[in-house]
Design a protein around this ligand. Sequence first.
Ligand code: PLP
Length: 379
Amino acid sequence: MEKLIYLDYAASTPLDPEVEAQMLPYLRRVGNPSSIHTAGRHLKAAIEEARTTIAELLGAEPGQIIFPSGGTEADNQAIRGAVATWSISHILFNPTEHHAVLHTIESLSRAGKVQAHPIAVDAQGRIELTHLEELLRKYPRSLVAVMYANNEVGTLQPVETIAELTQRYEGLYLCDTVQVMGLGWVYLRDWPVDFIAASAHKFYGPRGVGFLYRRRPIESLITGGAQEREQRAGTENVAGIVGMAYALQKAYLRSSSYGRRLWELKTYLIERLRQDFPFVIFHGDISLEGSHPGILNFRFPSSIADDMLVLHLDLAHVCVSGTSACASGSGHPSHVLQAIGIPAEEAKRALRFSWGAETQMSDIDTALSALKSAIALPT
Ligand code: PLP
């Protein structure tokens, strides 16, 4: 079989074999972590050890970390929990957030529980801090939702300033850190953020598990048993939690060399695209200081390419995305690109390349050759 060129790390990273090895004994071991007998206590101890590892890496207290099923649940829990616990009535949000955030806010707003206010963004998708401050002045004690790095275009947000501003107006800040957790950038001691959401399958851990940091306890989203100090009911995904903690440890150990390597690949991809496709149009911020080093989003004019490039590339065994993986089944043009002023028809032709630990420059070469053949097709 022809080698698969996987350039969709922002959708999901491969499971690190060392992480898998850590998980295997816990997949096999019998017991329920809530049981008080030896088998149960053993599993419970593994969960608490993972919690401590994650908390120490982030500069948090173990009790501030809970284990939901991934980034979507973590975002839901933070937003719904904050609204229920502190009677939040206004949410100020970045319109380029992931649907896990946007659809949750929409649902609360439709139910009449909150008023939602979009924060203005510039052409790169970065929020306008003056507009955020204006909104905070008008609606103090709001919940503010602005992600760290955008999952489609890679633009970074000024998260330290957002946290300070929100704190000044007695608000609560949720930062979706799903896309940056593998870069080892998050350290909470110096950063007054109230919630961060993370997902293990974005940093070489397993799918179906993540973590939520919350500065103070909030109402649980899922009711049932007393697991997770009554903050998240349901029998824990022990193997997933153990694997996630190990994956995060590895991410923090290799952080700067990993980031540098991703950035080298990005520089190479941008240069090659400019050389081979001078008509390429980049989306979002593509600078070293302002963007995720492992994500690039671009399109070609309609005279050159159709909106089926993702499929053409797939036929050539190159996996990329046209939008976020969660939205790609919907057929809707990206809300992120539309929020930064790109018309829907144009947004349909966008491609997102994202890469990681196993990507070689030769993979980028292969993908670009496939792209050349694809855009030579009659449109
Ligand atoms: N938030 C962001 C920024 C994401 O990129 C994703 C997934 O792509 C999620 C949340 C959802 O995470 P999960 O797939 O773990 O539910």
